[in-house]
Design a protein around this ligand. Structure first.
Ligand SMILES: [Zn+2]
Ligand SMILES: [Zn+2]
Length: 349
């Protein structure tokens, strides 16, 4: 038996279900067009759902208050919608206590814009299988708030470099070269803030890193109102388990920053370094991502768009069947032309 909290967002005017609208940055009712400020809207109410666990312990069954339908969700799900009536719901137990994000960057780009950007991405790729172009596929694109840890800290670094400088001159009939070798040393400290690490094990880190950066100065104080109409998972990778990754990002940046101060040499390679990171701290935030997974020929192709900036990434296959068809039609085209030529020759002959 699991007791969980569910929340939905009823329109105070008409009782319709509100969703967060990226265009107006307000909560909007699709029925009466009423809009409400997400920072002060408090009409949504929690209600307790008691449910049996579903087969294993990983799924929870919620009952939709709007239509009575069953919403089956993963235990990590923090926001979703009823599959029967579309009622947006937030699993408040997954965005409270240690799971409550400090900040959220609300979606700035809506589903229509995400679909448009995907279509642009497909343009000029005639060999693309139809599976990627069907409207029913494109409509599956989902707005997901991805949990992130933002790390900050101070990197104290000491770095040594091996550098050379050369000089050329002519002495009578000889050309002389003089190479000087230098041992360079740099030390100092660099402060870092808001270094992001994907806190969701379900979404490929490479995908989320490819759509960075997010402008965290635009983040708002977290309210579950922003999640209305979107999907969200709580973090399943803890801050402790993300520290190593954050530190390696910080160390890489520090190293390239220090390298950039060694300009006047012909060659300059780091020979050794010691970087320690102190005063580490982390914040839990949610970032907006439009995500589309397309299954094709036994493989899943993922596309992601930064819901704030529109930066888009994805990988496309080429359809071998289509390629063969095009090659064949060219080949048949040529042989048809040849037989016409033969026919003309024959006629002339
Ligand atoms: Zn309304
Ligand atoms: Zn429902």
């Amino acid at each position: 038996m699991i007791v969980s909290q569910l929340k939905d967002f009823k329109c105070p005017n008409c009782g319709g279900r509100l969703e967060f609208d990226p265009k107006t940055q307000k909560m909007k009712c699709p029925y009466c067009d009423g809009t409400f400020d997400p920072e002060i809207f408090e009409e949504g109410e929690d209600y307790t759902v008691t449910s049996d666990t579903w087969e294993d312990d990983d799924a929870i069954v919620y009952t939709c208050r709007s239509c009575g339908g069953q919403i089956i969700a993963d235990k990590d799900t923090a926001a979703g919608s009823c599959p029967y009536c579309g009622n947006p719901v937030v699993m408040t137990g997954n965005v409270s206590g240690i799971y409550r994000p400090k900040k959220v960057i609300p979606f700035l780009l809506d589903k229509k814009q995400a679909k448009e950007r995907y279509r642009q991405f497909l343009k000029g790729k005639p060999l693309l299988p139809d599976a990627f172009k069907e409207e029913s596929t494109i409509d599956e694109i989902k707005g997901i708030y991805v949990p992130f840890w933002l790390f900050g800290g101070k990197a104290n670094a000491r770095m040594w470099f091996d550098a050379t400088r050369t000089r050329h001159w002519n002495e009578g009939e000889y050309m002389c070269t003089e190479t000087s070798y230098y041992k360079l040393f740099r030390s100092g400290s660099v402060r870092f803030a808001d270094v992001p690490v994907d806190a969701s094990g379900k979404i490929d880190d490479l995908l989320t890193e490819s759509i960075e950066p997010f402008d965290v100065s635009e983040a708002r104080e977290f309210s579950d109102n922003y999640l209305a109409g979107y999907y969200a998972d709580k973090y399943d990778i803890s801050a402790e388990d993300s520290v190593a990754k954050a530190n390696s990002r910080i160390a890489n940046s520090t190293s390239s920053l220090f390298s950039s101060t060694t300009g006047m040499y012909e060659t300059c390679v780091p020979s050794s370094s010691s970087i320690t990171i102190n005063e580490g701290r982390q914040d839990y935030v949610m970032y907006p991502v439009w995500l589309l997974n397309v299954k094709y020929a036994g493989k899943i192709y993922s596309f992601a768009m930064n819901g704030q900036t529109g930066k888009f990434v994805g990988e496309l296959p080429t359809d071998k069947g289509k390629l063969i068809k095009i090659v064949l039609s060219v080949f048949f085209g040529v042989s048809a032309a040849m037989s016409i030529l033969q026919y003309v020759l024959y006629m002339v002959g």
